[in-house]
Ligand binder design. Structure first.
Ligand code: GLA
Length: 728
């Protein structure tokens, strides 16, 4: 049961789930102090009241009679800038007099039995939720309100936070920094997890010590990016996949973001998360308000698997939406790595017919079907079918798919424009650019100014026309460059710092409309693979193309890291040709299948080139995936062995009723006289018996504590094994 209470006598707010507590207290001067976040406390009596202690050079309140209480050291819920707390501020607000100093204190609060709804941003939704809204006031800004929101969702050990500023004064305010959340910890013996990466090498899990000073995890690319991800976790040195404290911090946003972690001189820690303040400012005039994106804070004492499972359940049930939220996702085949731009109706029809024979359910036509798009230098924005390639239009191949009982899906990149395009001839000013400044090229394309309504309206009409005219059941929404020379020709100088965020708000508005108008379409987002794999995109599109790198070995690390936060049902993963197009590595079809099956399964290779043996193997993979699809896509996921720690990787899918278990084991390189690998399973019932056709029958406790020997009879690099256990 979730509960939010305010103990008036103690001035304490206590947010609790069955296993977690989050506690704040109103202290001297109405400062809102952070007391505790962690394992559930049954009855809180104020043990974390911050010690009163004189710290030289840490300022005190004006009316204080001693030097024992300072904003500079007190763990706080949300700090302003420049009023005695010298740590990283959550809010920097420039006022008409030029001052940027703010000092918001507790003023009032409200507790209500629903999730607070925020306008225009992706967010957690729930029918069974409670929210605490705290109103904060700055004495010098009597007509400005700061609201801090804290929501709990029934059954989930998470706190969802966001903040809102409302300007009721006639003063023009300029927001310079506005974080979604600040989280102060008294202890700092944490390590920090984050996901640095690059194109084709997204989310390479890093676990590092927190040093004194400020460490940031950020993107300034206008996208959540390949290079980082809007997520971090603070864990203890002894935390592993199964035991130990893990605090997750996940920002529901798809644009530039910043997390900062500051370890202060007293070994206290402050974590901030929100929009990236670099090149950000937001003008707030009379009666306007500004709402930050949401942050999802998760606590688990069951290690990283515990933390991930909370995110998986919360994001599957309370972030994803639409017809496909809880529906099994089709097995698709995508023509990109089979043909690239070089295809016509005949070759596509052959691919459709051949893949239908294999049992594949959805055919996706990737880039190259529109305008004069025979390479990546032209035609973005000209969303008309290329009749030279597709002589009978899209319907020629849609009908070919229908005849084979397959659904049809299409690739689109609506946010972009090529300089060589009809759209650019008509609207050169629609590309994001700064007058009299060279525009950086990236993949020979520019970004459309989605902060502008008329741009969005034009593109919306084009996209909606395609989805209305044709029987399209799936869209791959791509985005193949980041934002540079960020500027909008439609805004004046004072508002140029708004463009980054307005772009994302424009994109969200577009996607909200699109997903409402076309609820039967399954949308998969993509940004050169996983360049925008974030909770914001998942709110509109329930799956993401995890990486352009389809190499089975590289995918172990990418998928392993991605699963730290994001549910398996959101991770698109395909079997591609060998040698692999990104790494040149040769791997078996078995291993490629087992890796890709550990996500939302599909193929991305030239099915015409397959031998009969390979076709038979693929038919079997497809049959097997269909049989276990519910378990894989919606079961509980356990990471067992990490590809970042050695040669062996393993993970398992356990059905919600714990009756079924599917384990995948991967060995990257072979050795002579190799040590044995014992694989201990997880998530089973101790006393029940589980049967595997090849290995026999064992108790859950046997499988979890004694474990199974992996692959003793086989040799060779890049191997995988799959074990299915069923409760007897
Ligand atoms: C991006 C995507 C690829 C493919 C190409 C097409 O790189 O990530 O999967 O769709 O664009 O141009």
């Amino acid at each position: 049961m979730i509960s939010i209470t305010f103990q008036a006598e103690q001035q304490v707010f206590h947010l609790a789930t069955d296993t977690m507590s989050y506690i704040m207290k109103i202290e001297e001067g109405d400062l809102l102090a952070h007391h505790y976040f962690g394992k559930r406390i049954v009855d809180y009596h104020g043990i974390r009241q911050y010690p009163r202690i004189d710290r030289s050079f840490s300022p005190n309140l004006y009316d204080a009679t001693d030097r024992l209480f300072s904003k500079d050291t007190l763990p706080q819920v949300y700090s302003g800038y420049g009023a005695g707390d010298f740590r990283v501020p959550a809010l920097v607000l420039e006022q008409a007099n030029g001052s940027k100093v703010t000092d918001f204190r507790y003023a009032a609060h409200e507790i209500y039995s629903e999730k607070n709804e925020i306008h225009g941003l992706p967010q957690i939704h729930s029918e069974n939720s409670q929210t605490l809204a705290i109103e904060m006031q700055d004495q010098s800004l009597p007509d400005v309100q700061l609201f801090l929101y804290f929501s709990l969702v029934e059954g989930k050990d998470a706190v969802i936070r966001s903040a809102k500023l409302v300007n009721r004064s006639s003063e023009k305010l300029m927001i310079r920094k506005f974080d979604s959340c600040q989280l102060d910890f008294l202890e700092s013996d944490f390590e920090c997890l984050n996901f640095p990466g690059a194109w084709g090498r997204e989310r390479q899990l890093v676990r590092e010590k927190i040093n004194t000073g400020i460490q940031t995890i950020s993107s300034s690319r206008g996208a959540s990016s390949h290079q980082q991800n809007p997520f971090t976790a603070l864990i203890k040195e002894q935390t592993n996949e199964f035991v130990g404290d893990a605090y997750g911090i996940s920002l529901i946003y798809s644009g530039s973001f910043q997390f900062s972690i500051e370890k202060d001189p007293f070994n206290q820690l402050r974590v901030n998360a929100g929009l990236n303040p670099l090149n950000f400012n937001w003008l707030l005039t009379k009666d306007q308000e500004f709402q930050t994106p949401e942050v999802v804070l998760v606590y688990s004492d069951q290690g990283l698997n515990g933390m991930s499972q909370i995110y998986h359940q919360l994001y599957t049930e309370n972030l994803l939406r639409g017809n496909y939220q809880k529906q099994q996702r089709p097995i698709l085949v995508n023509n990109w790595e089979a043909t690239y731009f070089d295809f016509d109706e005949a070759s596509i029809t052959t691919l459709i017919e051949e893949s239908a024979e294999l049992g594949i359910e959805l055919f996706v036509l990737d880039d190259g079907w529109y305008g004069k798009r025979n390479n990546d230098q032209t035609s973005l924005g000209d969303w008309e079918v290329n009749a030279e390639k597709l002589t009978n239009g899209l319907n020629g191949i849609i009908n070919a798919a229908k005849q084979k009982n397959m659904q049809f899906g299409l690739w689109l990149e609506p946010e972009m424009i090529s300089e060589t395009s009809e759209l650019f001839k008509q609207h050169p000013d629609w590309a994001i650019q700064i007058p009299n400044r060279e525009k950086s090229k990236s993949r020979d394309q520019f970004v459309l100014d989605f902060s502008r309504q008329e741009v969005r309206t034009h593109i919306y009409q084009k996209v909606a026309a395609i989805l209305t005219q044709y029987d399209i059941r799936y869209v791959k929404w791509d985005c193949n460059r980041n934002l540079s020379e960020v500027y909008s020709l439609a805004l004046d100088a004072a508002q140029q710092g708004e463009v980054h965020h307005r772009y994302i708000l424009g994109l969200y508005e577009f996607l909200e409309q699109l997903t409402q108008d076309f609820p039967h379409v399954l949308f998969e987002s993509c940004s050169g693979g996983g360049g925008r794999f974030d909770p914001g995109m998942l709110y509109y599109m329930p799956q993401t193309w995890t990486s352009d790198n389809t190499d089975a070995v590289a995918r172990l690390k990418i998928q392993y890291s991605t699963s730290l936060v994001y549910p398996i049902v959101t991770m698109g993963s395909h079997v591609s040709a060998s040698p692999n197009h990104q790494t040149g590595r040769t791997t078996s079809l078995k291993m490629r299948g087992d890796v890709a099956m550990s996500g939302v399964f599909g193929y991305e290779l030239d099915v015409k080139e397959l031998s009969e043996t390979e076709k038979d193997e693929i038919k079997e993979q497809v049959r097997f995936y269909k049989q276990h699809r519910q378990l894989i896509q919606f079961g509980d996921f356990y990471r067992l062995l990490s590809p970042f720690e050695g040669n062996d990787t393993a993970w398992a899918f356990i059905s919600k009723d714990q009756k079924e278990c599917l384990v995948f084991y991967f060995k990257v390189l072979e050795e002579a006289s190799a040590p044995l690998c014992i694989l201990k399973l997880a998530g089973l019932k101790n006393d029940e018996l589980y049967h595997n056709e090849k290995l026999g029958t064992f108790s859950g406790s046997e499988l979890m504590n004694a474990g199974i020997y992996t692959s003793i009879e086989q040799t060779g690099d890049f191997r995988s094994e799959c074990y299915y256990f069923k409760m007897v």
